[in-house]
Design a protein around this ligand. Structure first.
Ligand code: FES
Length: 133
């Protein structure tokens, strides 16, 4: 079972700061997190830098639960982090709206981070069962 790094939930402010159908980049410590607000209002959060050549995913086209990197068009599923190219994936994070405020949870399995450092050959998603107290 993967271990987790416990971090508090982070408020990113009002959801109205992100227009429908667009993404925004938030810098949290040394991390760049892309937050996407789909046209249907659904929110997603993922690492901002594309694993291909570091393109800014927050500037990509979003829809149907995926983002298309603005540099070379690789696609990433925003629920699973899986990429359209073999061995490419992005870290995704739980995110929700409470009273109009975006709340981001940066807890993540260490295995995902370690896998990313080895070349990102393994995609994992966050889930309640991965969280340890
Ligand atoms: S940098 Fe994203 S597809 Fe190349």
């Amino acid at each position: 079972m993967a271990e987790t790094i416990a971090t508090p939930t982070i408020s990113l402010g009002s959801v109205s700061r992100i227009p429908l159908g667009q993404g925004r980049c938030y810098v949290i410590g040394s991390e760049e997190i892309a937050v996407f607000r789909q046209r249907d209002g659904q929110l997603f959060a993922a690492q901002n830098r594309c694993p291909h050549r570091q393109g800014p995913l927050s500037e990509g086209v979003i829809g149907s639960g995926q983002v298309i990197c603005p540099l070379h068009g690789h696609k990433f599923n925003l629920e699973s982090g899986a990429g359209s190219e073999p061995a490419e994936c992005v870290e995704v994070h739980p995110i929700k709206i409470v009273d109009g405020e975006i709340l981001l949870d940066l807890c993540r399995p260490l295995l995902t981070r370690a896998s990313a450092m080895r070349g990102g050959v393994q995609c994992e998603t966050h889930s309640e069962k991965d969280q340890t107290a």
